[in-house]
Structures are given as structure tokens and as C-alpha cells.
Design a protein around this ligand. Structure first.
Ligand code: SAM
Length: 239
């Protein structure tokens, strides 16, 4: 068995376990999931290291507190997706991951559709959402789906956000723990360019690609670049 589970109801006789284990076998992944505080967490190879996961309510509350003192519209991410005074666009987040950006969009007051295609990460997301109660989650819809599948089956909202694991030579920073564990399971999103091309062909009102600050653009030259210390948002508008 490639998949190990410590605690909770995901036991070897459940179909969900069998599906996840089959995927892990096919990808030669050996994850350990642990049930703690009402949800599952994902371990690195070193079981002594704290596992990663998403504390949804805690994160949303932390953002809520922060935005009592700070202006939402001045946030780079908010500017990138077109949040303005009185304007809260509906956002399609193609790359859910550990929901960092999705939870920020919710904290801005936006309605969000989030996708995630990796079965282990989707499982973490579903488990963390099932353990969360924050009222902002009423504005979130999650699909454990690939972007291309979703986009061919559903109309896209005005704003599409894309944050693939796509590296280039300029990405020198040592990844922090979350990213390191995450990378060991996801590796690279090899099809990032084809997703980029697909989204461009749909000509959305606004398409935002998140990149490390110094890295190359994913495709065409964006109309706007919004740069932070470590991150850059490349913004493309409909033609
Ligand atoms: C860099 S992470 C995203 C991190 C996320 N923005 C956050 O703040 O936590 C990329 C994630 O998107 C997922 N992903 C990449 N390409 C995808 C696609 N075409 N469709 C759905 N999910 C995708 C990967 O499996 C991975 O979990």
C-alpha cells in the first residue's frame, strides 16, 4: 500500500482510500495522511516534521482581523483581480493548492470558484472545508477538477486566476516547508502553458497569472505587471 493513513474514517476498506491509493501507486507517491483536530493533514517523509494542511477558519479569521486595520483595495492581489471600492468580482481560481489565494479572495468579499486536480491535495481541501464554519465559505464553490475539464464544461466568470507550479531558472529562493512538501507530491505542472493558451482562447475579461517576481512570463506579455517583494501578478485583459 502506498498510502498510509493515521486515524479518522479513511480506512483501507473505503472506496475513497482505494481511489487515492490507486492514484499514489500510479504516480509512485507514498503519502501519509494524519487525522488531527477534525481533519486530515499531509506528512513529509519525515514523520517528526509537522504535517501540512489548511486551517480554514483560523486563516479566514486572521485575514478578517488584518483587514479591520488595512485597506483591501491596496493589497496587490486585490488590485490584480480588479477589486475596487464597491467592486467585488467573481473569481475562478484554477489552482487551489493549499487555498492561500482562495481564502484571501473570500476575505476581500469576492465569490470564488476554486479547482484542484491533484487527488491528495483535493482530499486535503475537502477535509479542511468539512471542518470549517466561517460564513465567508458560503461564497466558495470547490470542484476537485482539472482546469481544462472545468473550462470546457462551464462558463467562466469575468476573472480567472492561475498560479501553477512552474519553475524557471530565476526561481532561486529556497521553498518554505509547505512548498517543499507540496512539491514532493505535485512536482511541476507541466501543462501550465497549455492551460494559459486555453484561457487566452476564451478571452476572459481579466486573466491573472501569479509568478515568482523575477521569473519569465508564462506566455504573452501581460498588459499590466503588479510586483511585490517575491511575487508578481501578470494581468491580461480581454481583447
Ligand atoms: C502553486 S499551487 C497553488 C497554490 C495556491 N494558489 C495557494 O495559494 O495555496 C498549484 C496548485 O494547482 C494545482 N493545479 C495546477 N494546474 C492545475 C490545473 N490545470 N487544474 C487544476 N489544478 C491545477 C496543483 O495540483 C497545485 O495544487
Amino acid at each position: 500500500m502506498n498510502l498510509k493513513v493515521i486515524g479518522g474514517s479513511l480506512t483501507a476498506d473505503t472506496s475513497e482510500f482505494q481511489q487515492l491509493n490507486k492514484y499514489c501507486n500510479s504516480q509512485d507517491l507514498h503519502p501519509t495522511l494524519e487525522w488531527k483536530n477534525g481533519q486530515y493533514w499531509l506528512h513529509s517523509d519525515d514523520l517528526k516534521e509537522k504535517p501540512i494542511g489548511i486551517s480554514v477558519d483560523q486563516e479566514l479569521e486572521r485575514h478578517e482581523e488584518f483587514f479591520k486595520r488595512a485597506s483591501i483595495v491596496k493589497e496587490l492581489l486585490a488590485r490584480a483581480v480588479g477589486v475596487k471600492s464597491g467592486i467585488r468580482p467573481k473569481i475562478l481560481d484554477l489552482t487551489g493548492g493549499l487555498l492561500g489565494d482562495t481564502l484571501l479572495f473570500l476575505s476581500f468579499g469576492c465569490e470564488v470558484i476554486t479547482l484542484e486536480r491533484h487527488p491528495i491535495i483535493s482530499f486535503l481541501i475537502k477535509s479542511s472545508l468539512a471542518n470549517a464554519h466561517h460564513s465567508a465559505l458560503r461564497r466558495l464553490t470547490f470542484f476537485p477538477l482539472d482546469a481544462a475539464t472545468f473550462l470546457t464544461e462551464h462558463p467562466a466568470p469575468d476573472v480567472i486566476f492561475f498560479d501553477p507550479m512552474f519553475e524557471d531558472a530565476n526561481e532561486k529562493a529556497l521553498p518554505k516547508k509547505e512548498m517543499r512538501i507540496f512539491r514532493s507530491f505535485i512536482r511541476h505542472d507541466q501543462d501550465a502553458l497549455s492551460v494559459f493558451t486555453l484561457v487566452q482562447s476564451l478571452n476572459p475579461k481579466r486573466f491573472v497569472v501569479k509568478r515568482p517576481r523575477l521569473s519569465v512570463e508564462l506566455g504573452l506579455r501581460p498588459q499590466i505587471k503588479i510586483e511585490g517583494k517575491a511575487t508578481r501578478y501578470d494581468v491580461y485583459f480581454s481583447s
